[in-house]
Write a new protein. Structure first.
Length: 238
């Protein structure tokens, strides 16, 4: 066959905002193989024409642990990743489940119905600003000092210490049956995914002014950001 037989699809997103509550699956064994921790999150990008575009992201290993603690709803991020497709099941809401979990759709013969899905495997991520709503709610809940962003203020040092403490947390607490790890909902192995509804409303509610620039190379300065490869540090507290 002439030409190359293999290729890849690289993707860059700039000014993306977290659109839902991420779902975190701890590392586990399956069929004798170790499966890394995984974080699934949906992000939204608003174009210059006011259109909302949604993308599903997947973070693995240490990046999943970091993302669970950093990716509050409405948080701004830039990412470089690899576009992947896979055969996935169709999930429908189970009206009998009080927690709103979904079940796999089946055909007449009882076989799961699958479709081709796409997601972006995150290779590199840069965390930007939290949403104003997140900041306000954390201040009101005592999770962030009021003057956290004023250089030289005692609150700034307190906030720095809080971030360091947050970064040092591990996922060992998940073994105790907690439902949340950082900002992410913990999905126990074998559990059905939680339904995510009204994503547009969630983003609008979380972000006061989500104007973005879709050109990744044009984004330089994030007032909270820190560049990282998958698994690096970040400046966000739970």
């Amino acid at each position: 066959m002439a030409g190359t037989s293999q290729g890849f699809a690289k993707v860059s997103l700039a000014g993306a905002r977290v659109a839902n509550i991420p779902t975190y699956t701890p590392a586990h064994s399956k069929n004798g193989q170790t499966i890394q921790a995984n974080l699934k999150v949906r992000v939204c990008i608003n174009t210059s024409r006011g259109k909302e575009n949604y993308f599903d992201l997947a973070l693995w290993g240490k990046a999943a642990d970091s993302g669970a603690k950093a990716l509050s709803r409405g948080k701004e991020i830039n990412i470089d990743g690899t576009l992947k497709s896979y055969e996935g099941r169709i999930w429908v809401q189970n009206p009998a489940d009080p927690k709103g979990r979904r079940i796999a759709a089946q055909d007449a013969a009882g076989n799961p119905i699958t479709i081709t899905k796409t997601e972006i495997k995150v290779d590199q991520i840069k965390y930007g600003a939290d949403s104003d709503k997140t900041i306000d709610s954390e201040i009101q809940a005592g999770l962030r000092p009021p003057n956290w962003n004023i250089k030289g203020h005692q609150d700034a040092q307190t906030w720095s210490n809080m971030c360091k403490l947050n970064n040092s947390k591990t996922n060992s607490e998940i073994k105790n049956g907690v439902e949340m790890f950082g900002h992410a909902r913990v999905r126990k192995v074998g559990e059905m995914p939680v339904v995510q509804q009204n994503l547009q409303a969630q983003v609008a509610n979380a972000v006061n002014n989500p104007g973005v620039n879709a050109a990744f190379s044009g984004v330089q300065n994030f007032n909270q950001g820190s560049a990282m490869t998958a698994g690096g540090p970040f400046p966000s507290a739970v």
